[in-house]
Ligand binder design. Sequence first.
Ligand code: NAP
Length: 284
Amino acid sequence: MEKKFALIGYPLGHTMSPFIQNRLFELAGINANYQVMEIPPSQLEGKMPSLLKLDGFNVTIPHKCAIIPLLQELDKTASLYGSVNTVHCQNGAAKGYNTDSFGFLKALSTAGIDLSGNVAILGAGGAARTFAFESVLSGCSVTLCVRQQDITQARELSAELERLSPQGAVSIKSLDQVPENTDLIINATPVGMYPETNASPILADFLNGVKAVFDAIYNPAETVLLKEARKAGARAVGGMAMLVWQAARAQEIWHGISFKESDIASIIEDANRELAHRFGRDKS
Ligand code: NAP
């Protein structure tokens, strides 16, 4: 029997989720339909009875927090982050999960990047929160590097991180003050994202001596920051790996299966190729 899944958000624009999820359904051998449902915030609660009839759904902006009181159960990671991106529906009840941190950790580990030492996170928004929490939980010293108008959000995040791990070291600097002893730089700003692909959030000078760079941006696959990081001798990985791994984790939750790293690596390549095709960057 065909299973039913969906992505909910508003607006949804050029989402890669159906492409990635359909590839994963194929790989898992699951006969499934994955719908894209634009639901304005005012209609979320009213749509819940029909969403509960699905086998599961993904949740994106602006519903990641608003969905929480409408669910029957939350897993540990979703409670920690106060944010849900995956829902599993069974017998009319829904449990919320957050698979972003799994996606982030897998993107690093499969690229041979350690989450350890001194980590500089650029930005203090939603993605930065995931990266900062996981870095602190892994025992890293974290510097949040932000632009001036983002300082209040950075202070709030820093206070949360200190509550999470009172021994953890968290500091705040500006984007032109990335500390010299940084091991890993994580870009959690949209600087360098399509269509402003010539931009980088930091000067290339800050990449000297850095061991690795993770850029959450997935469009384009190779940002200026990643190109400069490779030139400086650092390991570099882009956001598509995180996007595909968080989707793979959602499917693991829905179907109780697990995927091989080599299969996910080929979906990451296909998704990058599909994105290049959609945005007219095909090399062929
Ligand atoms: P967000 O909540 O809006 O946060 C963006 C952060 O970047 C904020 O701190 C913002 O500061 C800062 N920022 C924005 N424009 C800037 C600029 N021109 N210069 C310096 N800082 C700037 O966004 P998000 O959801 O965290 O997403 C951030 C990036 O991560 C996006 O590119 C998104 O596509 C990517 N992402 C990727 C994945 C993945 O799976 N690969 C998942 C989530 C997000 P202000 O508050 O001052 O605006």
